[in-house]
Design a binder for this molecule. Structure first.
Ligand SMILES: NC(=O)c1ccc[n+]([C@@H]2O[C@H](COP(=O)([O-])OP(=O)(O)OC[C@H]3O[C@@H](n4cnc5c(N)ncnc54)[C@H](O)[C@@H]3O)[C@@H](O)[C@H]2O)c1
Length: 263
């Protein structure tokens, strides 16, 4: 078995997932990193760029191109990780998509609803189920170190945006998924957490940058700035390394205070 703990992060080719991988590499993890976008000829972006950075930090790195919404791809990821490392110590369910177009709730196309749910909610549910079974086996064979599953949801789990309802519904479902897995896996000693980002500066929010610049300037975010991917990654690393060992099921909001109800 691999001597170092292994972190498996989905959607790790850019944005929050990329930052999570690099933060966990800094904390001494070896890395399995998935993304649906993969260009084997381009080392300047995507998984291969992340690989170069992670290896510079001393991590072994296994790139796993593929679609988290495909159960066949999931089976391949687990097989490749176990063949390369023999262990998974933390799963970070980070891959997620926004609707291709923001469209009013009264016009949401069923195809967009189904795709967003398939990636954001269904994919993470079944991947967690598969990884949880492996983690339970590890516990049963005497593993004493931290084992955890972390769900990257969104404030959209509880905040309404009627122009992208399928995203909000998918994140609410993912939030309940985190609670369910936390409950079920507490007995076997596998901790499960929800990390709930607010407005984070990534490729996902780039198309609506001007709108959020304005809202932040007008005071929407109590801490008065955009979140950076590293803000989320630091929370994930604290959870993965056991700093919140007696807090399974916790929801950690990384939103600059948007959780505060204000008058
Ligand atoms: N950026 C924000 O403001 C924000 C806020 C709250 C929550 N989030 C959540 O954080 C997570 C990461 O978001 P981000 O802002 O880094 O987005 P991003 O679009 O920059 O990165 C997401 C990555 O996931 C990959 N991906 C998409 N579909 C996939 C699939 N089916 N299988 C595998 N990989 C896939 C993409 O290729 C991309 O590299 C998402 O779940 C998102 O919903 C983001």
């Amino acid at each position: 078995m691999n001597p170092k703990p292994v972190a498996f992060t989905t959607g790790a080719g850019r944005g929050i997932g990329r930052a999570v991988v690099l933060e966990l590499a800094r904390h001494g993890y070896d890395i399995a990193a998935n993304d649906i976008v993969f260009d084997p000829a381009d080392r300047t972006r995507g998984l291969l760029e992340v690989q170069e950075q992670a290896e510079r930090l001393g991590a072994r790195f296994l790139p796993l191109p593929g679609d988290v919404s495909s159960l066949g791809d999931q089976e391949r990821f687990i097989g490749e990780i176990l063949a390369a490392f023999g262990r998974i110590d933390v799963l970070v369910n980070n891959a997620g998509i926004a609707p291709a177009k923001r469209i009013d709730l009264l016009e949401t196309p069923p195809e967009s609803y189904d795709r967003v749910m398939a990636v954001n909610a269904r994919g993470a549910f079944f991947l967690s189920q598969r990884v949880a079974r492996e983690m339970i086996k590890r516990r049963e064979s005497g593993e004493a170190g931290p084992l955890s599953i972390i769900f990257v949801t969104s404030i959209s789990a509880v905040v309404s945006s009627p122009s992208r309802p399928e995203y909000c519904v998918s994140k609410a479902a993912l939030s309940q998924t985190a609670a369910l897995f936390a409950d079920r896996l507490a007995g076997p000693g596998i901790n499960v957490y929800e990390v709930r980002p607010g407005i984070i500066r990534t490729g996902m929010t780039e198309p609506v940058k001007d709108k959020y610049d304005r809202l932040i300037a007008e005071g929407l975010v109590p801490q008065g700035r955009w979140g950076e991917p590293e803000d989320v990654a630091k929370a994930v690393a604290a959870l993965a390394t056991g700093a919140f060992g007696y807090s399974t099921g916790a929801v950690i909001e990384v939103s600059g205070g948007m959780n505060i109800r204000r008058l």
